[in-house]
Design a protein around this ligand. Structure first.
Ligand SMILES: NC(=O)c1ccc[n+]([C@@H]2O[C@H](COP(=O)([O-])OP(=O)(O)OC[C@H]3O[C@@H](n4cnc5c(N)ncnc54)[C@H](O)[C@@H]3O)[C@@H](O)[C@H]2O)c1
Length: 368
C-alpha cells in the first residue's frame, strides 16, 4: 500500500468509464507526479473506447487485473449500488479510494464501506466537489469565525430541469433498486452535504415528496420539500425538484443569531456558485441574474464541474501522500446518507424521522 512519504509517481485507476469518469482522468493528470494507468468497465467495449479517447494504455477486464498493475488509488465512477463491492475490494488490496457520490444507497452498506476502509488503513474520500468552491469555503469561514453568530436558519433550494431522456437513456436511473432515489439521491445530495458541513448533524426531518412530471418513466421522487431540525437547534427548509423547465438553479442561505445571512447561488447548474447573499455588516452584497437562461445539457453541466473535480482530486492526492484526511471523507458521506435515509423514510411514513437507523432505504414508490 502507498503510505505517507512514498516518493515516485502515484498510479491511478478509473473504475466505470461513463459520463463523469473523464473529469477524474483530467483531474489526476493535472496533479504533478500522478499517472492514470488503467481503466475498467463492465462493458469492455466502453472501457476500450474510453481508454483510446483518454490515451490510457491499459483497459483491463477485472478489478484484480487493475490492482495487479500496482495502482495506488482508484476513482469509483460506477452507478451507486455498485460502489460498495468496488470499494471493499480496493480496501482488501490496500488501494486508496475516491468514490463518486452517493457512496452507496443505504446506510448499512455505507457503514460496511467505511469500516472496511478504516480496518485496511486506506484513505477513503467521497466526491462532493461543491465544497471546494471559494464561495462555499467563504460561508464556512464566516460561520466558524462567529461573524454571523450561531446559525439559526438554513434555506436550501435545488430547482433543476431534467428531461425524460436523462432518465430513459441510462437504464439504471430512476428506479429504487438501481438509483436508490430521485432528485434527493442524485442531485440534492450535494446540498445535504453542504448543509451538514455548515450546520452539523440533523436531529429529525419531515419530508413530503412525489413524482409529478417524470412519473411515466421513473418510480423515484422528482420533487420534495423538507423541514429539518438540526442537532444544534437550528431549523432548515429544503426543497428540491427536477420538474422545472427551465431550471432555476441551486442556492443555500444561512442566517445566524446576529441576524446576518450568508449564501451562495449556483446558476446555471454546474457553474461555480457566487455568494449571492452576503448580508454581513459592512459587507452587504446581493446579486441575482437578470435573465432566465436556457437549460444546459448534462455534458455541459458535467464539464463545468470539472475544475472542482480537479480541486478535490488535488486535495485527495495530497491526503494520500501525507497520510491525512481528505476534504470529504467516507464518514462525511455516510452522515449525509443517514439524513437522506431519514428523508426517504419520512416520505413513506408521513411522520418526522430521525437519521441513524440502519434500515435500508424504501423500496416502494412514494404515493401522494
Ligand atoms: N460529483 C458529481 O457531480 C457527479 C456527476 C455525475 C455523476 N456522478 C456520480 O458518478 C457515478 C457514475 O455516474 P455517470 O453519470 O458517470 O454514470 P454512467 O452510467 O454514465 O457511467 C457508469 C459506468 O459504470 C459502468 N459500470 C457499471 N457497473 C460497473 C461495475 N460493477 N464495474 C465497472 N463498471 C461498471 C457502466 O457500464 C458505465 O460505463 C454515479 O454514482 C453518479 O452519481 C457524480
Amino acid at each position: 500500500m502507498r503510505t505517507a512519504g512514498d516518493v515516485g509517481p502515484l498510479r491511478a485507476g478509473i473504475v466505470g468509464c461513463g459520463a463523469i469518469a473523464g473529469n477524474h482522468v483530467s483531474a489526476y493528470r493535472g496533479v504533478d507526479g500522478v499517472e492514470v494507468v488503467a481503466c475498467i468497465d463492465i462493458d469492455e467495449d466502453r472501457a476500450r473506447t474510453f481508454a483510446a479517447e483518454h490515451a490510457i494504455t491499459q483497459p483491463v477486464s477485472s478489478l484484480d487485473e487493475l490492482f495487479d498493475l500496482g495502482v495506488d488509488v482508484i476513482s469509483v465512477c460506477t452507478p451507486h449500488p455498485t460502489h460498495e463491492a468496488v470499494v471493499i475490494a480496493a480496501a482488501e488490496r490496500g488501494v486508496h479510494v475516491l468514490c463518486e457520490k452517493p457512496i452507496t444507497i443505504d446506510v448499512a452498506s455505507a457503514e460496511r464501506m467505511v469500516e472496511a476502509c478504516e480496518l485496511a488503513g486506506i484513505t477513503f474520500g467521497c466526491v462532493f466537489q461543491r465544497r471546494l468552491w471559494p464561495s462555499a469555503k467563504r460561508i464556512r469561514a464566516a460561520i466558524e469565525d462567529g461573524r454571523i453568530g450561531e446559525p439559526i436558519l438554513a434555506r436550501i433550494e435545488v430547482l433543476l430541469h431534467r428531461d425524460s431522456s436523462y432518465y430513459t437513456a441510462t437504464p439504471w436511473r430512476g428506479t429504487w433498486a438501481t438509483d436508490g432515489g430521485g432528485v434527493l439521491m442524485t442531485q440534492a445530495i450535494h446540498y445535504v452535504d453542504l448543509l451538514q458541513w455548515y450546520l452539523g448533524d440533523v436531529e429529525w426531518v419531515m419530508t413530503a415528496a412525489d413524482t409529478f412530471t417524470h412519473g411515466d418513466h421513473i418510480e423515484v421522487e422528482d420533487t420534495l420539500a423538507t423541514t429539518m431540525r438540526m442537532s444544534s437547534g437550528a431549523i432548515a427548509q429544503f426543497t428540491a425538484s427536477t420538474a422545472l423547465t427551465p431550471g432555476l438553479g441551486q442556492r443555500i442561505a444561512i442566517t445566524g443569531a446576529a441576524g446576518c445571512t450568508v449564501g451562495l447561488f449556483e446558476y446555471p447548474e454546474g457553474t461555480e456558485a457566487v455568494n449571492d447573499v452576503w448580508a454581513v455588516p459592512g459587507q452587504a452584497a446581493y446579486s441575482y441574474p437578470s435573465e432566465i437562461l436556457a437549460d444546459r445539457s448534462l455534458d455541459r453541466i458535467n464539464s463545468a464541474l470539472a475544475p472542482f473535480h480537479a480541486e478535490q482530486i488535488t486535495d485527495f492526492v495530497a491526503a494520500v501522500r501525507a497520510g491525512t484526511a481528505p476534504a470529504v471523507t467516507g464518514d462525511d458521506a455516510l452522515r449525509s446518507l443517514r439524513t437522506m435515509s431519514a428523508m426517504y423514510r419520512s416520505m413513506s411514513s408521513g411522520r418526522p424521522e430521525r437519521p441513524g437507523d440502519l434500515q435500508p432505504l424504501h423500496t416502494e414508490r412514494t404515493s401522494r
